[in-house]
Design a protein around this ligand. Structure first.
Ligand code: NAP
Length: 424
């Protein structure tokens, strides 16, 4: 029997699905010992710090992750950073294979004047802020204006706009960070404009997310019927199923009667942002009507860009256009990559399952005779790390703290606080 040691770097969905794929390929003769290395003291990646808190069903996939983690041949090393605490070369040397699953953490930039003014930020900062990510709890977010503009026409833009326009008490029974709930309760924002540079027929929203908008109990959702009618004409007869479903969902929203709710989410199409203006902080966004020279501007105090992500570079890994350079998930020698770090920021959480499974099949078919080159814990002798049992203590403490408040969990935010809950 051969036991191969595999390191997976990144404890998000792609990392867990890679571990699960390895476990599924085990036989009496082929065993894997899996070490998952994670920068944060908490695992689950975007399931903890990305998925919108008002979408708790999506987070139930964490049950799958915990099943993988407790399967017996799995160790978690949380709070350990690749490139700082440990290098790629050390991992390649020590393990039979190394799988990078570090995602895409950086928000893409628009590259227009004024983008760096205070009051302009990326969803890559705003989303982890409301989700209690330890690195983003104290970023400067001004909600003391009446209008915000969200740039981008994808599901992240929609999550951001929903979080800003829900009646904040609707977030009380969720695991939204306490600091974000209190900021939303004080927020003056009453109108959020989701702005797309192309027409509704090209929007990257998915229709289940659009179909939930008319059900919001305290938010007006406005789409112009004329915009959808024009998009239906432009899309023509040979329309793809998903596009048709999106346009049908947007048509339903556009036909809904106006309500007198306090908060409004409004969609704007065919508007290319060209400049963000303001003296010392955001005051307006200037748009060009896409396909024409006509310009117009919207006064606002907050701009959030949700236009995609790219991978943050880790020393020792090759990158190209925001992703780790790879061929079908193979990077070099015994090094592989899965998830958004491999294919860019696309697809839903489940997409990572088939993606990781394909890469792991390739990895297994290329294994050389097993090495026996020491244990990662030797390299981390002086380092406090979060093991699976520490994480289980953190998890149980957060769930217990949430229970009397009617929340699925009350998240701890600061690293020291999290380590304390884990008994470290
Ligand atoms: P996305 O779906 O790729 O959408 C990005 C949007 O940004 C597109 O509308 C794109 O427009 C626009 N954009 C890109 N560059 C731009 C620029 N320079 N100026 C103006 N607009 C620009 O990305 P995402 O919203 O970040 O989502 C990432 C992935 O996570 C997606 O697969 C998404 O479905 C998934 N996700 C799923 C859920 C869920 O299931 N509930 C929630 C959140 C995220 P163009 O098309 O014109 O380029």
């Amino acid at each position: 029997m051969s036991t191969y040691k595999v390191a997976i770097v990144g404890a998000g969905p792609a990392g867990y699905f890679a571990a699960q794929a390895l476990q599924n390929l085990q036989t009496d003769d082929l065993q894997f010992s899996i070490d998952m290395i994670e920068r944060l003291p908490t695992p689950w990646g975007l399931v903890r710090s990305g998925v919108a808190p008002d979408h708790p069903k999506i987070k139930t996939v964490s049950k799958v992750f915990e099943k993988v983690a407790t399967a017996g041949n799995f160790r978690l090393f949380g709070g350990v950073e690749l490139g700082t605490d440990i290098s790629i070369e050390q991992l390649k040397e020590m393990y039979d294979a190394v799988v990078i699953a570090t995602g895409s953490a950086l928000g893409k930039k628009l590259g227009i004047p004024g983008e760096d003014l205070p009051g302009s930020l990326s969803a890559a900062e705003f989303v982890p802020w409301y989700n209690a990510h330890p690195d983003f709890h104290d970023i400067d977010i001004s909600l003391d204006c009446d209008t915000a503009v969200v740039i981008g026409a994808g599901n992240v833009a929609m999550d951001v706009a929903r979080m800003l326009t829900l009646e904040p008490s609707e977030l009380d029974p969720t695991d939204t960070a306490d600091h974000a709930i209190s900021a939303f309760k004080k927020s003056s924002i009453r109108e959020v404009i989701i702005s797309a540079r192309r027409g509704p027929e090209h929007a990257a929203f998915t229709s289940p997310e659009l179909r939930e908008l008319p059900k919001l109990e305290h938010t007006n959702v406005l789409i112009s019927q004329a915009d959808i009618a024009a998009a239906i004409v432009r899309a023509g007869e040979e329309i793809e199923k998903d596009t048709k479903s999106n346009l049908d969902a947007m048509l339903l929203i556009s036909e809904k009667e106006a309500t007198n709710h306090d908060r409004t989410m409004k969609f704007q199409f065919l508007a290319t942002p060209v400049e963000i203006k303001g003296s010392g902080k955001v005051e307006e966004v200037v748009f060009q009507k896409t396909g024409s020279d006509e310009k117009f501007s919207i006064k606002c105090g907050l701009v959030i860009t949700a236009i995609g992500y790219e991978a943050a570079c880790i020393a020792g890994l090759p990158y190209e256009r925001g992703k780790v350079l790879n061929r079908d998930g193979h990077v070099s020698e015994n090094l592989y990559v899965v998830g958004w770090a491999k294919r860019g920021p696309s697809g839903v959480i489940g997409t990572n399952k088939s993606d990781a499974s394909d890469v792991i099949k390739l990895l297994v078919s290329s294994l050389k005779p097993a090495k026996n080159n020491g244990d990662v814990s030797d390299l981390l002798a002086d380092k406090k790390f979060v093991s699976q049992s520490h994480w289980e203590a953190i998890n149980a403490a957060e769930v217990a703290a949430g229970e009397p408040l009617g929340k699925p969990r009350k998240k701890a935010v600061l690293r020291e606080e999290l380590l304390g809950l884990g008994g470290l």
